[in-house]
Design a protein around this ligand. Structure first.
Ligand code: NAI
Ligand code: MG
Length: 358
């Protein structure tokens, strides 16, 4: 049976970086002989301009019918404040995640050895760093009801959000974390604030039971979220897989991303139980550099590698791509965001060429 990837380049630098990932995908198809059908679609601002919606029902259907979606980035000043709130480009991504039931967001913070000196941090502190965040993406305080802004009888106004987690929501994301850990360092750190939050108490209880019953071979630690923030800055190499809720995962994974240097380096995956995964760089549409041909395509290319590994059962090709990226960086080929003394500066296409050649 042939496989299918839906490619959604989006706005700003999205099309520029996705073009390079697409070239590498074409090479994978040719080299492996695996029949992968690649379809392209519109999402975000460009979809709004053409269809009046940031995500059309047809595009969502095509996403649901694929094995993986490779997504670029969306948004930009053109649409900021000029389109209705529920039609803004960013809504297209939220609707896509929801429509694909993508509840587990995987983000890695990996430090390539060649870039260990490019960071403002000391080499021994980050060299070899390889953390995988598994962030719950469909629940928690960003979505919990009740929510809103209320005016009380005495005129006081109250902004209200609700942190709410059901046991099955915790179970399904914890399972992803344990399964990932088995393929990596066999160590899960579960992060909440069970000291002050009821949702954290339940979180810890559910994860502890799953670990003991189903994953006794995986080392499990628990950590309060505030301590985790401190530990990420103090000794980040202690972590393998970190599983946490939507809010803490948002903050902690953004902070950890910066341990490794440029936003242009970091891929992500959003997975459901069954059905396709959504793969995208963690950066946005970078309007400040769009159209100049200088964006770093590595995050997009590594997102493709994740798609091959997690949704297409082609982990061998994911490893080849990751090794090619490491070798190209080692050889001193750099886009401007990761440029260092003595290295050769290339643009988006030049970086794609170098990785393809490798
Ligand atoms: P951003 O990630 O687009 O850019 C932040 C900074 O990082 C900029 O200076 C940019 O030039 C640089 N940068 C980002 N990706 C890069 C790459 N591949 N190579 C080299 N440099 C890179 O975040 P910002 O500026 O906050 O948002 C810009 C637009 O993107 C907004 O409309 C925002 O809503 C949207 N956005 C979309 C996301 C998505 O599609 N998933 C995620 C975050 C923001
Ligand atoms: Mg964030």
């Amino acid at each position: 049976m042939s496989k299918k990837i839906l490619v959604l380049p989006g706005d700003g630098i999205g099309p520029e970086i996705i073009t390079e990932a697409h070239r590498i995908l074409d090479w994978v198809i040719a080299d492996s002989g695996v029949a992968i059908e690649v379809e392209e679609g519109l999402v975000g601002g460009i979809s709004y301009d053409v269809h009046g919606e940031p995500l059309t029902a047809e595009t969502l259907k095509a996403a649901q019918a694929s094995d993986a979606v490779l997504f670029g980035a969306i948004g930009g000043p053109k649409w900021d404040g000029t389109v209705a709130y529920d039609k803004r480009p960013e809504q297209g991504l939220l609707d896509l995640r929801k429509g694909m039931n993508a509840f587990a967001n995987l983000r890695s913070a990996v430090c390539f050895p060649a870039l260990a000196d490019a960071s403002s941090l000391k080499r021994e502190f980050i060299e070899g760093l390889d953390i995988l965040f598994v962030r719950e993406l469909m629940g928690g305080v960003y979505f919990g009801e009740p929510r809103g802004i209320e005016t009380l009888e005495d005129g006081t106004r109250v902004g209200l959000n609700t942190q709410r987690y059901a046991d099955w929501e915790i179970e399904r994301v914890a399972r992803v974390a344990f399964e990932m850990a088995r393929k990596r360092g066999s160590h899960v750190t579960s992060v909440e604030k069970a000291n002050v939050m009821e949702s954290g108490v339940l979180w810890r209880e559910v994860v502890t039971k799953m670990g003991a019953d189903e994953y006794p071979d995986v080392k499990l630690d628990h950590m309060y979220a505030d301590n985790c923030a401190m530990q990420l800055v103090k000794n980040p190499k202690q972590f393998d897989v970190i599983v946490t809720d939507n809010l803490f995962g948002d903050l902690l994974s953004d902070a950890a991303a910066m341990l490794t240097g440029s936003l242009g380096m970091l891929p992500s995956a959003s997975l459901s139980d069954e059905g396709p995964g959504l793969y995208e760089p963690i950066h946005g549409s970078a309007p400040d550099i769009a159209g100049q041909g200088i964006a770093n395509p590595i995050a997009a290319i590594l997102s493709l590698a994740m798609a091959l590994r997690y949704s297409l059962d082609m982990g061998g090709y994911a490893e080849k791509i990751e090794a090619a990226v490491a070798n190209v960086l080692e050889s001193g080929t750099r886009t401007v965001d990761i440029m260092a003394d003595g290295c050769t500066k290339v643009g988006t296409t030049g970086m794609g060429d170098a990785i393809l050649a490798e």
